[in-house]
Structure formats: C-alpha cells, structure tokens
Design a protein around this ligand. Structure first.
Ligand code: ADP
Ligand code: MG
Length: 384
C-alpha cells in the first residue's frame, strides 16, 4: 500500500471516522548549487516523489489536537494554547511549530484529529523536516479556511525552523517542498527568491544514494565555511560572493591567500555551474549536465573541503556506471547523500551494481532511492 493510502487507512481505523482533509508536502534533493545559498547565489533543487502526509478532521469547539504518528508509532495530545510545552514529545515539535506560526499570524486553526506519516527517510538529508513544516501549514490553512501563496508558506516554514525549532536553516528546502513542479527542477535565486522551473527530461531518473555515513562535523565546519566566505567577500570588496566573478577571484589570489581563494573559487564557479546546468537541461543536453555534476563534486571535495571518503567513494562508483550521466555529493557534506542522474532504462542495473560495490569498499550498507521530480505541497478536501 502506498503511504498516502496507509495514512488515510490509519486515520479511519484509529478515529473511527473519515478524514476531511489530506495535506501533502514532498522532500527534496539538490541537483547542483551547494554552499551557494548563504552567499546569495543559485541552487537547483527538485521536490521528489516522496512526501509527508497528514489526514485530519476538525473538532470545532475543542482545544485539543490528537495527532498520531505512523513513523514514530506514537500519539501526542496537545493543547492549541500550549504548543511549546517542553514535556511534549520531540516528534510533534515541527507540526506544533507550524500551528504556532499560524496562530502568531492570526489564523484561527480549530482543534483536530490527525494522522501524520510519510516515506521521506528521516534525518537522511532529504528534508523531511521542511516537509513536516509545509504539510502542517497546508493542513492548518485548510482547516482555517485560509490560503497563502506558496512562497509565503515556504518562508513561514523557515520561520518555524528558526524560531520554534531553533535550527538556522536556509530557504532552499522549504521553497523546494512548497514550490516544486512535477518533472521540473527549481532554479532559486537565493538573493531575490525568484524561482524558475527547469524541465528534467523524462528519460532520466534522480537516484539518491545515502552513504549511511551520518554527518558529524557539519555544524562547526558549516559555520567556519560561512565565515570564510564572508572574509573572502570582504577581501574582494563585494557584498557577497554572488557579486564576484571568477576573473576577480583569480586576480585577488595572492591577497586572499590559498584557503580563502579556494573557498571563493568554489562558490563563484558553483554559481556558474548552476546556470550552465539550467541551460543544458533546457536543451536536453544531459551529458553536459553530468559533467557539471562531476565538476561540482570535485570543487566541493578539493576547494571547499566538505566531502568525505564515503561521499567520494559513492560518487566515483556511481560515475563509473553506464547510464549514469553524472553524480555528486548533495547537501552540506561530511556524510549524507549523493545524487546521480541516471538514464531511466538503466536504473535497475545501476542500483544493482552500485550498492554492493559501495558496501565492499566502505563496509557501509547504502540506501538507494530512485526518484522523479514531483509537485510541491498541497491539500485535498476529501468527500465523505
Ligand atoms: P531531515 O534531513 O530529514 O530534514 P532533520 O533532522 O532536519 O532531518 O529533521 C527530522 C525531524 O523531522 C524528525 O526528528 C521529526 O521531528 C520530523 N519528522 C520528519 N519526518 C517526520 C514524520 N514522517 N512524522 C513526524 N515527524 C517527522
Ligand atoms: Mg532538515
């Protein structure tokens, strides 16, 4: 049974009635444009065909929310007037955060019964957290009989993560989850927040390869990279690295010193690769897209130094397979996932080859998710 039907069935079984509303929000994978978001640059994520769902039924006149989690096999009952109660379970933090945001912004969400469940692997870097924020915002807005543009929902999700959960994330994950389009990636200009859907040809699949290596160093190294980018921008006399050209970085090489030079070269060249990948996708030139993915990986490994042995092994093994146009690490680095662009008719052979080779080389069992680019978050009203 697919996860959507499983959530609906769980609701009927547990609450003994039919849900009135079903909200859905997808996970995402970033095809190219890594560590460019906080430099006001470009990213190219796609929403994927794995999502979190909430089935719900309002209980007007009450103040308690009853929420059942399929994935955590748990139930949480909380008051709409005490959403930040520290004794409540951690798994309901993100949904409570979204309800908190709606209240803070004047939306009157009634009490409700709900079942939440999804098929985005949790904590793997495919942004199950942003999906939970978006799916709860979609649900809350529907129950409040209100609506908001997708971009505003995404920015609300970011505020939930910053202000309620306490994680200083960028805007990409929520924007991809809210604004993704089926069979398209989403070019995001992280300065203007302008988005442009870019077609992903039907003959290609997005294969996500989880290395099984959990990200360790990520928060301290991430902060260090951000500081290095700011220092490089200051040395170059620009507001952010978005405003620097490769020629300017080369010209300033001695002044920057080796470390800042390589950090800046990654960010500036990565922005260029994103824009080139967009052009290549538009002209169906998957070979070129693949080259850009490989160049992105090399730049992240050598200049930005955020890869690790497992990500390097995964990318190398994937890139050696027939039918693979290109593969690279995706996400902040130091573990997590790689993404590969693979001819759809070669996907099964690709998966059968890559998983055992990776396991033999690293001793880790990888998880493989074959995905397509999917539509962003939304809500359905159910009859009956
Ligand atoms: P990710 O890389 O998947 O976004 P995070 O650590 O940022 O990982 O977020 C994971 C958290 O999101 C979980 O601990 C949980 O609180 C919430 N979450 C994700 N998926 C679900 C789900 N299906 N049901 C309930 N909560 C979920
Ligand atoms: Mg997350």
């Amino acid at each position: 049974m697919n996860v959507r039907d499983a959530v609906l069935q769980k609701f009927r079984h547990h609450f003994g009635t039919s849900p009135a509303v079903l909200a859905r929000a997808p996970g995402r994978v970033n095809l190219i444009g890594e560590h460019t978001d906080y430099n006001d640059g470009f990213v190219l994520p796609a929403a994927i065909d794995r999502a979190v769902y909430i089935a719900a039924r309002p209980r007007p006149g009450d103040t308690l929310v009853h929420m059942l989690s399929v994935d955590f096999d748990a139930q949480s009952t909380f008051s709409l007037y005490n959403l930040d109660d520290p004794d409540l379970p951690r798994w309901s933090l993100y949904p409570r955060g979204a309800l908190w945001w709606l209240q803070e912004h004047g939306y009157l969400v009634p009490a409700f019964d709900a079942v939440i469940g999804g098929d985005i692997p949790i904590g793997a870097g495919l942004s199950s957290s942003a999906a939970v924020e978006l799916v709860t915002l979609e649900l809350g807005l529907a129950l409040a009989e209100a609506s908001m543009p997708q971009l505003e929902k995404a920015l609300a999700g970011v505020e939930v993560e910053h202000q309620f959960v306490g994680v200083p994330c960028g805007v990409m994950d929520q924007m991809a989850s809210a604004m993704g389009r089926a069979d398209h990636a989403l070019l995001i200009d992280c300065r203007s927040l302008e988005t442009t859907p870019v077609p992903v040809p039907a003959e290609v699949s997005l294969v996500i390869l989880d290395t099984g290596k959990r990200r360790g160093l990520v928060s301290s190294e991430y902060a260090a990279r951000r500081e290095q980018c700011e220092a490089a921008a200051r040395a170059l006399g620009v507001e952010t690295l978005r405003d620097a050209s490769l020629a300017e970085v080369e010209e300033a090489r001695a002044r920057l010193g080796d470390l800042l030079y390589r950090r800046a070269r990654h960010v500036v060249s990565e922005n260029q690769r994103v824009l080139e990948a967009v052009e290549a996708l538009r002209s169906d030139d998957l070979v070129r897209v693949g080259e850009l993915l490989r160049a992105s990986h090399a730049s992240l490994r050598d200049d930005y130094e955020v890869s690790c042995a497992e990500l390097d092994a995964m990318a190398e093994i994937a890139n050696a397979q027939t039918g693979c146009y290109g593969a690279r690490m995706t996400g902040a680095g130091f573990g997590g996932c790689a993404v590969a662009l693979v001819a759809t008719d070669a996907v099964s052979a690709f998966v059968e080859a890559v998983a055992p080779m990776y396991k033999q080389r690293t001793g880790l069992t990888p998880q493989v998710y074959v995905c397509r680019a999917a539509e962003g978050s939304g809500v359905e009203r159910l009859s009956g």
